[in-house]
Write a protein that binds this ligand. Structure first.
Ligand SMILES: Cc1cc2nc3c(=O)[nH]c(=O)nc-3n(C[C@H](O)[C@H](O)[C@H](O)COP(=O)(O)OP(=O)(O)OC[C@H]3O[C@@H](n4cnc5c(N)ncnc54)[C@H](O)[C@@H]3O)c2cc1C
Ligand SMILES: *[C@@H]1O[C@H](CO)[C@@H](O)[C@H](O)[C@H]1NC(C)=O
Ligand SMILES: *[C@@H]1O[C@H](CO)[C@@H](O)[C@H](O)[C@H]1NC(C)=O
Length: 495
């Protein structure tokens, strides 16, 4: 090839590239995604795969992952938010599981609750007899089975839905309190520890049976990896955003520390304004912030969202689930098979009730996890960590009254409810609310689209729900942008 020929070829190549670049920019619409948690990152991936690559992701915090977030705690990395892959070893594959267990090989442990009957502590110390506790567990399992049968017969509209509490009453079981301390903590473990709200407010029809366990299996795997459960979100982000060698996202389309405060929308486009007074314009916006954030006034919509949308946002509950990690100079609790989970049967329902030790996960860390929910969570978020530590020490010294229980050296109390970027931990399904309200919660308003855990068709409250909702909501946007199918059909409540 002559030098001139080579130059001509080069010029042609450059022209072709430029042509493609301008085509790409012109072909796809510009989409702003608000939030870089699991659902926002998942939606962005789906849009990219459909050729919509002109994206800007605005994230309020300085990191990706949202409610999947690790924190250093006395030399180990613990999860402030999601910890388990829930729903494994069933008929269908939980989409998160292969990423965790095969692709990234995050260290994980199947949680074994089978010996719980041996690990229920009396309010004033020592454990209950196993046979007695087992009988109470069997009874509550039987009542739940009755609830499943009942649930299957209810009208799909939700008009006959009832609380789990009412279902228990129909089955002559009243564990909710005031009741025996054992019945209360077993009830708390079964329902509040999963849904973060009591059976009094939780829908029977939509939680028993629960689609997550029905579809994906009953097993749950605890992720305890120094890379954090959030590595799953970074992995998905790295599939369409530029990442550095260590997996950090360096793509300019991801903008951190950008707090969205206003979204204006019209027939021709959207305008998004952040707290630092920057303005972003686009064809569409995808809002992935939590239900708690939507229920707050953090983001102003202009014009205001229509009444049906606001009502659907308030139909659902944002629950609070608080994982308190405590570190000790030495261990004073039992270890070994079947000892990982233990319960404290307080006469005050849900008072520092569910405990987990980490012999397998963090062998020499001397760390315990105690979980509280709902009103206890809110109470604890509003007091000093020192006060919480005092309460925890008192509980532990009651449970292990014959042991030498040293003071905790460190405590970690996440505050998801007080955090204006979350306002809670995950959505819970209230009584009588059904597909109809759910479709409304997910439905776009003009050029404003919605995604997130709370919009997941079957798996609200979970990591896999957030992941799948990102795909679903992106598909709704793609239908409009690429096929001009912009009408989103919400099925009537009684259809
Ligand atoms: C304590 C806790 C325990 C949990 N345990 C489990 C578990 O064991 N297993 C499980 O499957 N699931 C669990 N979950 C639920 C799971 O973590 C969530 O369902 C999922 O991570 C939600 O993802 P998302 O994308 O819907 O929301 P988010 O993760 O909340 O993402 C939304 C993003 O938007 C950002 N944002 C908010 N406001 C703004 C704004 N104004 N401007 C810009 N950005 C904004 C947020 O910072 C966040 O990054 C748990 C959650 C918590 C909190
Ligand atoms: C997880 O991965 C390991 C190692 O590849 C494998 O042996 C194990 O069966 C997997 N677990 C499940 C539940 O799929
Ligand atoms: C908590 O207690 C420790 C020691 O008891 C003390 O050093 C610390 O200042 C206290 N912190 C707060 C916020 O009260």
């Amino acid at each position: 090839m002559t030098p001139t020929g080579a130059t001509a070829a080069l010029v042609l190549a450059v022209l072709t590239l430029a042509h493609h670049a301008s085509l790409a920019a012109a072909a796809g619409p510009r989409v702003i995604i608000v939030g870089a948690g699991m659902s926002g990152i998942s939606a962005g991936k789906r849009l990219s795969e459909a050729g919509i690559t002109d994206l800007v992701i605005l994230e309020a915090t300085d990191h990706v992952g949202g409610r999947m977030h690790k924190r250093d705690f006395g030399g180990i990395s613990v999860e402030m938010g999601a910890n388990w892959v829930e729903g494994v070893n069933g008929g269908k594959m939980n989409p998160i599981w292969p990423i965790v267990n095969s692709t990234l090989k995050l260290t994980n442990f199947r949680s074994d609750f089978d010996d719980l009957a041996s690990n229920v502590y009396r309010e004033k110390g020592g454990v209950y007899k196993k046979a007695y506790v087992q009988k109470r567990i069997d009874l509550s399992d039987k009542v739940q089975e009755g609830g499943e049968e009942h649930s299957a017969k209810l009208h799909l509209s939700g008009q006959d839905d009832m609380s789990i509490l009412a279902m228990q009453r129909l089955n002559d079981h009243l564990p909710n309190g005031p009741s025996t301390a054992v019945d209360m903590i077993l009830d708390y473990f079964k329902y509040d520890y999963e849904f973060a709200e009591p059976p009094r407010v939780t829908s029977l029809q939509n939680t028993i049976p629960l689609a997550t366990f029905n579809d994906f299996g009953d097993d749950v795997y605890f992720v305890a990896d120094q890379r954090g459960y959030e590595a799953v979100v970074y992995h998905l982000a790295g599939q369409y955003l530029k990442a550095d060698k260590s997996g950090g996202i360096i793509d300019p389309r991801l903008q951190l520390n950008k707090v969205v405060r206003e979204i204006s929308y019209s027939g021709s486009g959207v305008r998004v304004e952040t707290e630092d007074n920057k303005v972003y314009k686009a064809d569409y916006v995808m809002v992935s912030t939590s239900l708690g954030v939507l229920q707050s006034d953090l983001i102003k919509f202009e014009p205001q969202l229509p009444t049906w949308k606001v009502l659907s946002i308030y139909q659902f509950d944002m629950a609070v689930y608080t994982k308190i990690f405590v570190k000790f100079p030495k261990k004073f609790w039992p270890e070994g098979k079947g000892r990982e989970f233990f319960l404290y049967a307080s006469s005050r329902r849900g008072y520092y009730g569910v405990w987990q030790e980490f012999e397998a996960q963090y062998p020499d860390a001397n760390v315990l996890l105690v979980t509280v929910t709902d009103e206890e969570s809110r109470r604890i978020e509003q007091q000093s960590d020192n006060q919480t530590k005092v309460e925890i020490m008192e509980v532990l010294r009651s449970m292990f009254r014959d042991e030498d229980v040293p003071d905790a050296t460190d405590i970690l109390v996440p505050r998801w409810w007080s955090d204006r970027f979350y306002r809670g931990t995950f959505s819970n399904w209230p009584i009588g609310v059904n597909r109809y309200e759910y479709d409304q919660l997910r439905a776009p308003v003009g050029r404003v689209y919605f995604t997130g855990e709370h919009t997941s068709e079957h798996y609200n409250g979970y990591v896999h729900g957030a992941y799948l909702s990102g795909i679903d909501s992106a598909d709704i946007l793609i239908n409009c942008a690429q096929k001009s199918m912009c009408k989103y059909h919400v099925q009537g409540k009684y259809d």
